[in-house]
Design a protein around this ligand. Structure first.
Ligand SMILES: Cc1cc2nc3c(=O)[nH]c(=O)nc-3n(C[C@H](O)[C@H](O)[C@H](O)COP(=O)(O)O)c2cc1C
Length: 417
């Protein structure tokens, strides 16, 4: 079946308040190198014992006036956590969502594209943190003040980004080299806004300068309202495993809430992070790409017995992918590259994903991609594979997958050149 010629519905986007500089057309700033856009690294092996220990029910996290319930936060990811992505994660149960990192200079210069990164849908009810990056405290304080004027509920300061373009501005992870300067930045921002101010850090600049515990104490003295710790150094980028023991040390050292981040890819690992570090909330980034069901599965575990939602199936999957694609096209009709990226995210861990990936590279139109995706999902459904076994590792480990799958032989997956 040739996969061309099918029209797809393009929505013009739904209600949202684009309260800032609507109509300007600067290209979206992308601060992340391609190498950073890695997929989730090797999954941590979930210890079977952890699965046995699952009765955890974390309480809501209060950060200043902001109530994060459940204490499950979408991580900031440049080029990923746009308005639509945040909406989908909020719909699937995130207790708070975070924007991509936003340039303080861009806000001060009133760049429309930068302001648009901070737009939030009116009907998304969970709180949203705007993450700022910049090297100048006064500019950061002024940008935060303008955001508060627009109704933003929480300001997060990026002190973890290792990307050269950011670091050379004196922003991101390089701030960890001078934690006193970072603390003064927090004081400046705190002095200019009344909303909570949080900081997201790594363990330190490199292996020889791990200083996250001291830095966290300084940030607490400066008045920070919560600290997120990604358990890697800047030099590690995304290599190796996140070292959660440092998150526990920070939690033991400070009285403000601590959010644990790094390598959570399953409900058992979310619980293990809470249990092993004592942190007050978990933050998840890469594993949510194409997988909002991970969030709902985590919450279902926390609220065991109270959730009445039926398990999603392949049709729900298909509906959500098309919704994501259509809403995105409503904003940017010429975005075939991004649409392919969205489909690759969603196909991850699903049977036949490699075949799909291969064929997607040959599709030149969005219509062709959508049609190809439909055929692929139909085949998955036809095979009777339970959906959640693909998307949530614990379901996979329960061996719900039929053992005799055979090679993925989707008759519809034909090249669509
Ligand atoms: C594509 C991509 C973009 C990211 N952008 C940001 C960012 O803008 N600000 C930030 O603090 N961290 C950023 N991160 C780091 C994540 O927020 C998170 O700390 C990291 O991925 C570890 O968490 P995870 O294992 O749950 O993904 C980014 C990560 C990725 C993969």
């Amino acid at each position: 079946m040739p996969c061309t010629g099918h029209s797809i519905m393009v929505s013009s986007g739904d209600n949202f308040s684009l309260w800032m500089c609507a109509g300007r057309s600067e290209k979206t700033d992308v601060f992340v190198s391609r190498s950073m856009e890695s997929s989730v690294g090797a999954e941590k092996k979930a210890d079977p014992q952890l699965l046995e220990e699952r009765a955890i029910k974390p309480s809501a996290l209060q950060i200043g006036k902001v109530n994060v319930d459940p204490p499950l936060i979408l991580a900031p990811m440049a080029g990923v956590t746009d308005r639509l992505y945040r909406r989908i994660m909020a719909d699937h149960g995130a207790g708070m969502v975070t924007t991509e990192m936003v340039s303080t200079q861009g806000l001060i210069r009133d760049q429309g594209a930068t302001w648009r990164l901070c737009a939030q849908d009116d009907d998304v009810k969970v709180p949203m943190a705007v993450q700022l990056f910049g090297g100048d405290s006064r500019v950061m304080a002024e940008a935060a003040r303008r955001l508060e004027d627009k109704g933003v509920q929480l300001i997060d300061i990026n002190a973890g980004c290792p990307v050269k373009k950011v670091v050379k501005q004196g922003a991101g992870a390089v701030l960890l080299k001078t934690p006193d300067r970072l603390a003064r930045m927090v004081e400046s921002v705190k002095a200019s806004v009344s909303v909570p101010v949080t900081v997201k850090v790594r363990l330190g600049w490199d292996e020889n300068s791990i200083n996250v515990v001291d830095a966290a104490r300084m940030l607490e003295r400066a008045g920070v309202d919560a600290i997120t710790v990604h358990g890697r150094t800047a030099a590690q980028f995304y290599g190796g495993q996140a070292r959660w023991e440092w998150i526990r040390r920070v939690k033991e050292a400070v009285g403000v809430p601590v959010v644990g981040n790094g390598d959570i890819t399953s409900p058992a690992l979310a619980d293990a992070m809470l249990r092993q570090t004592g942190c007050d909330a978990v933050m998840i980034g890469r594993a949510t790409q194409g997988n909002p069901w991970l969030l709902s599965a985590i919450i279902a575990g926390w609220r065991e017995g109270t959730t009445k939602n039926p398990l999603p199936d392949w049709m729900d999957f298909q509906d959500l992918v098309e919704k994501h694609v259509n809403l995105f096209l409503g904003q940017k009709p010429q975005a075939a590259g991004h649409i392919r990226k969205i489909m690759l995210w969603y196909s991850r861990h699903c049977p036949g994903a490699a075949a799909l990936r291969n064929e997607l590279t040959h599709c030149t139109t969005v219509e062709a991609m959508v049609q190809l995706f439909r055929v692929w999902v139909e085949e998955l459904q036809h095979r009777g594979l339970p959906f959640m076994t693909s998307k949530v590792p614990e379901h996979r480990m329960k061996r719900e997958l039929p053992t005799e799958n055979g090679p993925f032989n989707c008759k519809g997956l034909k090249p669509c050149r």
